[in-house]
Every structure is written in C-alpha cells, then in structure tokens.
Design a protein around this ligand. Sequence first.
Ligand code: 4AD
Ligand code: MG
Length: 432
Amino acid sequence: MEWVYISDLHKYTGQKVEIRGWLYNIRSKGKIAFLQLRDGTGRVQGVAVKGECNDDAFLKIDGLKMEASISVTGDVRKDSRAPSGVELTINDITVIQNPEEDYPISKKEHGIDFLLEHRHLWLRSSRTEALLKIRNQAVISLRNFFHEKGFILIDTPILTGSIGESSSTLFSVKYFDMGNAYLAQTGQLYLEAACMAFGRVFNLGPTFRAEKSKTRRHLTEFWMLEAEVSFLENEGSMDLQEEMICSLVDSILSKNEAELKVLGRNTGPLKKITAGFPRIEYSEAVKMLDKLGKPVKWGNDLGGDEETILTEQFEKPIFVTNYPKHAKAFYMKENPENPETVLCADLLAPEGYGEIIGGSQREDRYDELISRIREEQLPESAYRWYLDLRKFGSVPHSGFGLGLERTITWITGNKHVREAIPFPRTISRLYP
Ligand code: 4AD
Ligand code: MG
C-alpha cells in the first residue's frame, strides 16, 4: 500500500492508500464515525462505516483520544464539499500512540497565556499552521527576490563585539577572557563591509533586542531580512524596498490563498499594494499628526501609536524620511540639505500596522562617522574595522532591515507579532 501525503490525495482518487498522521477531531454516531486527520501537509476527513471498515479497527475508534497518532488505509473518494476536494473511506486503522490524557488544547476558547505556555502543542492548530506556512513562503519569496537580482547572501555573525543599533537594548554573554560579547541587534555593520566586497548583499537571520517593552510589535528575538548596496542612495534604496514588498505581497496572495482564508484575512487591502508608496518627510508627518490630534515634539522618534494613526490615512505603505539625527542610530548619513536630519526612511505598513522596515543611507565620511560614534559615547575601539571601510575606497551606500514577524503580522492581518514566529521570545517568555 502506498503511503501518501494528504496534500497529494487528490491525485489518488479511486485508489487505496495509506496516510499517517494525527487525529484532531472525531465524531462518532454508532455505525459511522468521522475522523478528522492531519499530517502537516493538509487535513482530510476519514469516514469509517461499521461493516465496511475492519471490525477490530472500528471497535478501537471510540477509545481514540484527540491527537492520537495513527496510520489509516482507505479508498480516496472525490468530494467537492471537502476543502481538500477528497474524502477517505477508511478500511483499516493502526494506532501508533493513543494519548492516556485528554489533549490540553480543546475546541473551547483558551487564553493567550495558556496557548503560549503550550506553544509546542499549539503549533498543531490550523491557525498556527496557516501563519507559519505563510512565514515559510515569505522567506522563500524574499530570498528568491534577492537571488534573482544577483545579490550575494552574506551570513553575518550573531556574537558580536560592536553595538549595532543602541546600547540600551543589548543582550550580552560572557565571552571567555575577552569580556562581553553582544547578541547581534542587526547584521548591518557587517553587511556594509560585505557590500564593499560584493556590491549587493543581503542576509536573513535572527536578531536580538533586550526590549523592555510589552507591545504587540516587540519580541526579544526576531528575524530580520537586511540588504546593503554600494553606490546606492536613500531614494534608490526606497525603490528597492518598494519592489521587494510588492513582490512579497504578490507571492503570498498567489501561493497562500488557502492559508489567508483559514486566517479570515480580508485580502482587499493587500491587493492595493502596488508600486508608488507615498514618501513623506518626517517634518511633514509631524504636521499631519498635529492635525490628527496626536502631536509629536519635533526631534522625537515616532512611537507605535503615532505610526498607527499615520498609516490609517493611507491604503499603501508609506515611507517616512529624513528623521531628526538624534532620534536615529549613529551610522545614518547627515542630510546635506538639513544637517539636523539624516537620510533615512522607515517603511510603515497600512491598516495601522506601523514600522516594518528601517533603512538609511550610511555616513560614508570618516570624520563625520567618528564624531557621531563619540557623540553617542560608543566604544571607539570596537569600531576600528567599521571605520576602515571609510578609509579604503568609501562610497555612498544604503541599506535596510525588514522585520519578518512584523511583516507577516501585517500580511496575515494578525494582531500580535508573537504568533508569527514558531517559539516567541518576549520579556516574560522563555518557555517552551
Ligand atoms: O529599525 P531597525 O532597528 O533597523 C536596524 O536594525 C537597521 N540596522 C537595519 C538596516 O538598516 N540594515 O530594525 C529593523 C526592523 C524594524 O523596522 C522592525 O520591523 C524590526 O526590525 N524590529 C523588530 N521586530 C520585532 N521585535 C522587535 N523588538 C523589533 N525591533 C525591530
Ligand atoms: Mg527602526
């Protein structure tokens, strides 16, 4: 008997097959039982009828618990009402392991803390499956986007000696007799070195921030897609980001229709994500926020609430550019037209989601960079290698980092970033 995956069952109509998986629900009414089965590739209903199914197997059905692991053999029948398009008429059942206890996650509503505490089991639910399959597709799509353009993948280190973003959110670990190492907040500084070697580079990896904030947008461990391009200015970087986001949304819309449906995502707003994202200067955004009744003091970074209000005004993602220098990281290039600001852009997602990308042109002049490092009181000696890049063939260059979980959360229309990563790490969670 051929063992097939549920996602392939439609190719086997009229044939006998074996499927191996888990029982996620069961309904039995005397002479007939409906077994809901899943195997990671899909979900299908198996129907066992007394007299048609092997007698021993039929007797076992009533004793099966939710999430029992089983192997089932049966005939594949076309069923236009079923989401998978097929149903299985069960001939025989082999029980691999039948739980002794009731499965902790039942059909009733559970609180988020309970679900997070059982994340190792919650992964099996249809919503989580849909979300994480979209994440899988997003990673494939992003990698393809850069490979097709000829970018080179450069894996940047996780254990670092220089502070990438800000000293206030560092995780440090004891590093032999060399003092402390920091978990990377970004791969950017290393990508800058690599773009002087390879021209156009990208990475996708885990990044860490000891964020004390308990918001729906913050994780302490999250994944970032970063790109860095030599001879590219801030405007060109925004063009690239726009193209990347449009191609990402397209690919999710075309490849994950079923998953978006499970999540109940209204795809209308996603279909409006086409090129031509508005670009608004920070100072203009401050004026808009003033009018919208959410005043911000010029000089401060925009917070989550401000971003939400701002993005609710647009159907497309918007770039907010040229923030005040002191609201942003030390490496951003001074704006020659207004030295109080830097050449940067945050991309804010629509429907109130807010920042999903942070990017900028980099300060490529040695003297200006070192004075920014001093101003921010960063340990100069840790940046000797980074400053070398401004000594040996410095060129204008720009790059950006896209937060994977925030992007998935927006695309799936979910509320909180913690469900967009298999095992979320937050200020209060290290288990499971
Ligand atoms: O804006 P950020 O801090 O930019 C950088 O780290 C740059 N060095 C990137 C670069 O230019 N190469 O972070 C980039 C993105 C944010 O826009 C956000 O989407 C995400 O990373 N992010 C977080 N996601 C989840 N939890 C957190 N605590 C996050 N902090 C940033
Ligand atoms: Mg940012």
